[in-house]
Design a protein around this ligand. Sequence first.
Ligand code: G3P
Length: 214
Amino acid sequence: MKIFIDTANVKEIEEASTWGIVDGVTTNPSLIAKEGKKLIDVIKKITSLIDGPISAEVSEGKANDMVNEAFKYARLHQNIVIKLPFTIEGLKACKILTSFKIKTNVTLVFSLPQAVLAAKAGATYVSPFLGRLDDLEKTDDSGYKLVKSIHEAFKEYGFTTQIISASIRHVKHVEQSILAGSDVATIPFKVLKDSYYHLLTEKGLQIFAEASKK
Ligand code: G3P
């Protein structure tokens, strides 16, 4: 399973990159806007920090405009993955970019049919959003059930599209992504840090530290 960090904050990526477990980075327009910098400048910096897939999301609405915008990002680095919204235009752009061997990540996916259509459009990755789905359906496992169903459908039909569990709000979503068979979990910095913590680990460390002093 691969772990991506879901942030455009360079300091968070710099720190997490030293932990040795980050395989890639996903950004989105909200995360880029939070940094108050140009997307191209942020993405360029990120490609120098993590040697893995780096998702940059297009903001255009029409397929041809998305493709032209995507070419601008793709030429920045070989690791760039173009994030496309799940729309008819987005999937048309996905098909075109795939024919140019440009990797794609179809995002804002909330149903199994959407995931299968993205796979049929040749998406390299598809990003089902666990947190936002749980929020909408007022449950704590709608996202889990979606990822599990996508994993089973992709296996059944032989789709090679990889699943990136996204919109991860807490460690439980990380656990659900693992159990659902997600290829990747893209995790915000704070949740990634929280994933290291367990009360009994802390308590055990204290006991061992005391013992080693004797
Ligand atoms: O970056 C895509 C996704 O992880 C964003 O999730 O719901 O926290 O904005 P959210």
